[in-house]
Design a binder for this molecule. Structure first.
Ligand code: SF4
Length: 166
């Protein structure tokens, strides 16, 4: 009778301390919590990205403070600003040099659709015309809080791949 009690205590402890998962789920959990953004900006929305990097918004609490100066060290591109036709091949080159798996956030009206300059002869009508955009953040410009919200949506997508498939 006493032995039975000990076993049930052990089972209770195992139930509280052991959990099973897949390797993919562990990788996605780690990826979602350690995105390394490329230090990069195209126009006025980039000023909001810089503001977001300050202590007021404290992105470090999510594990996202490691801004990388080299695309080979980064796995997140935040397209912040107007994409001109002159800059588009350079943005694409940066994206191609980034580490896999990599993600793209289109921040602001210009990056989403060309914004107020969409009718101009020299502006690309959105990052999605040449990059696989994961999250769109509307606004002109979006505030740092919006960037943070979009970033956390990206984390949710990475950690729940079924959301992405749907
Ligand atoms: S969306 Fe507005 S704030 Fe952002 S780059 Fe375009 S014009 Fe500037």
């Amino acid at each position: 009778m006493e032995i039975k009690t000990i076993q049930s205590e052990e089972e209770k402890l195992i139930g509280k301390n052991v959990f099973l998962t897949t390797l993919d789920a562990v990788f996605n959990w780690a990826r979602g919590n350690s995105l390394w953004p490329l230090t990069f900006g195209l126009a006025c929305c980039a000023i909001e990205v810089m503001a977001a990097g300050g202590p007021k918004y404290d992105f470090s609490r999510f594990g996202y403070e490691v801004w990388r100066p080299s695309p080979r060290h980064a796995d997140l591109m935040i397209v912040a600003g107007t994409i001109t036709k002159k800059m588009q091949p350079l943005v694409l080159r940066l994206y191609e040099q980034m580490a896999e798996p990599k993600y793209v956030i289109a921040m602001g009206s210009c990056a989403i659709s060309g914004g107020p300059f969409v009718d101009s002869y020299h502006v690309v009508p959105g990052a999605n015309t040449f990059l696989p955009v994961d999250v769109y953040i509307p606004g002109c410009p979006p505030r740092p809080e919006a960037l943070l919200y979009g970033w956390l949506e990206l984390k949710r997508k990475i950690q729940n791949p079924r959301v992405v498939k749907k």
